[in-house]
Design a protein around this ligand. Sequence first.
Ligand code: NAG
Ligand code: NAG
Ligand code: NAG
Ligand code: ZN
Length: 524
Amino acid sequence: MKVSTALFSSLSLCISASSSLYIPLSDSFSNSKLSSLLSFSLSPNTYPNIDELPLIDTQAYQNLVNVTDLESGANDLYSFAEYSIKQYDHPTRVIGSKGHWKTIGYILSTLNRYKYYYDISTQDFFSTQGKVKFSMLKVNDQLVEDAQPLSLTPPTPNKKAVTGPLVLVDNEGCDVSDFKSNEAAIKDSIVLIKRGTCPFGLKSQLAGQFGALAAVIYNNEPGLFQGTLGEPLDDQVASLGISSEVASIYIDELKNGATLNTTVVVDSYIQKIKTTNVIATSKSGDQDNVVMLGGHTDSVEAGPGINDDGSGTISLLNLAVYLTNFKLNNAVRFAFWAAEEEGLVGSTFYVNSLSPKENSKIRLFMDYDMMGSPNYAYQVYDANNNDNPIGSEELKNLYIDWYTENALNYTLIRFDGRSDYDAFIKNGIPGGGIATGAEGIKTKQEASMFGGVAGDWYDPCYHQLCDDLSNPNYEAWEINTRLIAHSVATYAKSLKAFPLREDLIYSQTHKVPVFKYHGDHLII
Ligand SMILES: *[C@@H]1O[C@H](CO)[C@@H](O)[C@H](O)[C@H]1NC(C)=O
Ligand SMILES: *[C@@H]1O[C@H](CO)[C@@H](O)[C@H](O)[C@H]1NC(C)=O
Ligand SMILES: *[C@@H]1O[C@H](CO)[C@@H](O)[C@H](O)[C@H]1NC(C)=O
Ligand SMILES: [Zn+2]
């Protein structure tokens, strides 16, 4: 499959570079087409001397990218997703599923063929997953039809109804004082809290600490919102969201002294799931100057996640194989994150586990999530050196320059915590990346720049069952895989023009950005 075509590529490259001919490992040597190309046999223990390989070169590396390898990788991921059907009734690679474990096994077994080239490790951690089976909000016996439970909400006690008066919390319910001012009324009530300033999770926790039975959080913008409480905190209570329009009616009534008899029912569960990141660092190159890149291996429960982020996963896995044709000046580290969809859990766990010394060795992190959306735009994260660690802007410019040199259009998109770069930039590591769009709507101008359909989502199958083999735009995916290759090759060859890491007091001297999103989840 991908590995054998990669071998084929390696062979031609090595021959043309007149370095020693090799096969990375005998167990991958099963492709008959490739076998027939070779008129002699190779010892199973013949590994190349990495120092004798040609130095990484961006054009040579980009030339190895082959859409056939991307397609066969996507096919493999889809076949893994199908193993989950028994448990989930549809293909998925959500954490904890067979489809996700098979994805991880596949990455490991592919990388293990190149053990002479990579130091490979796994990193286990727990991630929280939850499901709301039923929820209901009634105010004065009127059902509030568009009330939305927050993700990861705890159930009401015994999953039964709780009833109490609706009580408005001062300000935005982010501070103890907002509750203290009305302490007696809040006990055994259902609190009504405005969205904004601090995470939903904190509002719910404070509500619980002051004895509220449940929390209703109302939007500070028109319409509804779909938020999450995030990682469970002690004392949180069942929490639902309502629109600002509905809330304003209640607030007026409360201000006029009315009592609003309110009932909440939430039947939900939260569970801890063990899962794993896979990390592979090249043995070649300076280990104190690490060029890091990552994509996430998990999908949402709703579907097989072939674009999100099967595409990034397969791009990186292929590029990890292709890279074994080269020696490097700076080490390259590939990260295959788990539990991105649960709220960037794997990448956050990884960054938080780094010692200050290990952190300081990572010169930059490049995020590759959703490389081939069907109604794509070539999107570059609009990172900069004022709001983000210095070097983020140089990385952004590398992407822009490449699209420009290749006569391709691009757009800049918000760099606001929606993927696995989040923990890196919050911990002083320069970051950036590219994407091709999720649930955003393509503008007319973008349709003239990239083709596709104005008014539709970039990925109409985003987080759905139809994110299957027919979903990705393979041409866009291939082009972006070349750009990933270019980013790796450029920095693996030289970081001389790239800013040095700022010292590690970064987080003390810089305000850590507060983002509304953590991954795909709205947290504030
Ligand atoms: C890609 O790989 C396939 C075989 O897997 C090969 O037939 C094809 O020629 C390759 N394409 C390029 C552009 O190298
Ligand atoms: C409040 O609503 C509950 C459930 O609808 C009802 O049983 C209870 O009698 C009501 N209390 C008041 C004071 O209206
Ligand atoms: C880039 O966008 C312009 C319109 O802004 C369009 O005319 C041109 O064809 C696009 N280039 C490519 C390569 O799609
Ligand atoms: Zn994703």
